[in-house]
Design a protein around this ligand. Sequence first.
Ligand code: FAD
Ligand code: NAP
Length: 540
Amino acid sequence: MRESGTVEETSRPAARLDIVIVGAGFAGLYMLHRARALGLSVRVFEAAGDVGGTWYWNRYPGARCDVESMEYSYQFDEALQQEWRWSERFATQPEILRYANHVADRFDLRKDIQFDTRVVGATYDEPMWRVRTDKGEEVSAQFLVMATGCLSCANRPEIKGLDSFAGPVYHTGEWPHEEPDFAGKRVGVIGTGSSAIQSIPILAERARMLTVFQRTANYTVPAKNAPLDPDFVARIKADYPAFRARNSLQINAFGSNLPRSSIPARELSPAERRAALEARWEYGGLFFLGAFGDLLLDQAANDEAAEFVRERIRGSVKDPGVARLLSPGQIIGCKRLCVDTGYYATFNRPNVRLVDISASGIDEITPQGVRVNGASHELDALVFATGFDAMTGTLLRIDIRGRDGKTLQDAWRAGPRTYLGLSVAGFPNLFLITGPGSPSVLTNMIVSIEQHVNWIADCIAYLGQHGRATIEAQPAAQEAWVEHVGAVADRTLYPMCNSWYVGANIPGKTRVFMPLLGFPPYVEKCDEVAAKGYEGFECR
Ligand code: FAD
Ligand code: NAP
């Protein structure tokens, strides 16, 4: 593992490279590995001080994954997946970060990664990309791969008076390396999404008083986390590739141990529906959404699952008024479902207070705390669990200019437009990993990352073998793809909530459902495009 704060020796920069990769999370690390295997000269730029991406930045108490650890890992190397040992059903952030470091060490990746370096701009200067960093450096490369993550641009809402707050202010997505000491403190948390729901039970144990400011109540299901059973692990490792293959056939690329039911709710009796929901609640985790085949397609099916969770909230939270406030009204699953350990019961603690800001928002932040509806809530520390400018925010912060100087900001003014979520018309040789228009955030993301990296590496190899220097999405193929992504979403209940999937969490962001639902047909389409000589692309 790299010493924090030191600058690792990098192999000497070549002014002209074959490929520049931005980001050293799971996407950037694997892209680097594949690029090297192709014999390409490569450089990775990473804004953070070390590898890990999400798991480097999100160090807040309670951070862990909600895809099971036997699945949330790379599959490209059989020896790697055999040797790594996860300790719990859902791995913690420190354990996932250790895994990312293990991968970087095992494949000797660090020597091509330049840490503490942010890419600020990239201009296509035919036939090369000129890439600029915040260190004033410029390199050029034939290919530019954005492995910049979908949830890597922290959303820090502008709230009146924020700068005046006298105590420390934290964001879950940029948590300090030295754990803050909340003992004896009055702590405020803004937000009730996944990050808040994971951290609130732990913050409540550490703080003298915890005040939670809730704009929208969220659904969360119990994780039922536990140490991993060695027999279960051995069964999977006995044929890991077959397990991976079964998962890849799931709509979200995970969860073949308890697949989504194919039976619509209306074909089940009330008792059968109840039993299905109870079984999945007891099993724990995101599997709950698979109780009915049409849970995210049919309002009545969804209502029944939502009411089931509200009933559980009423059963857990002693104060009926607090239970009512914690009960969400929206469609379950169309904002990302949260997975928790002890969230609702935390509100029974005498040192935890829930403040409803749904109607009025926050009036202002003062040196002493937060004012809501004229009432002051005095605080010593403030935690923003307000999420991310998801999927597009990180990319749009970089000054990316394609053919004829056209900026990505201009190209995406009406929302992100991509072909396959991998490529943007007018931006030759630029690749996005898990970009908008691909299944990305609706899947086990490591699976989607590997699928994209493999596709990109194969594409670059193809271009070399066929004497082509550039590949670029054709505008007509892109338009058809954007329409397809929208049409798939419109057949579901997903677009109906104010979620970050549609950009509703960021004021002024164009409302577009950004990810594509359905991993298996997407993979089929990507493979077909490649098999047809990169159909829908111009290769020159
Ligand atoms: P990231 O891990 O986000 O890495 C991107 C990297 O790019 C970052 O290190 C960033 O610093 C760097 N970067 C960005 N812009 C620049 C720039 N301009 N210059 C230089 N460097 C730059 N997914 C799941 O499938 N299952 C889960 O259970 C799950 N849990 C999650 C929990 C949390 C708290 C969060 C925030 C996300 C979670 N995710 C989960 C999604 C997670 O982001 C992905 O699983 C995965 O880690 C993404 O990897 P990545 O390499 O694509 O992006
Ligand atoms: P999030 O889901 O976007 O939640 C942000 C919260 O902040 C919401 O409750 C939101 O309220 C609130 N908020 C935003 N702006 C606000 C404002 N101006 N004033 C008051 N409240 C505001 O963000 P997140 O919790 O960081 O999670 C983001 C994603 O990361 C997740 O959906 C998931 O994909 C991933 N993640 C996964 C895990 C895991 O369990 N594996 C854990 C953490 C994160 P509204 O709902 O009203 O907008």
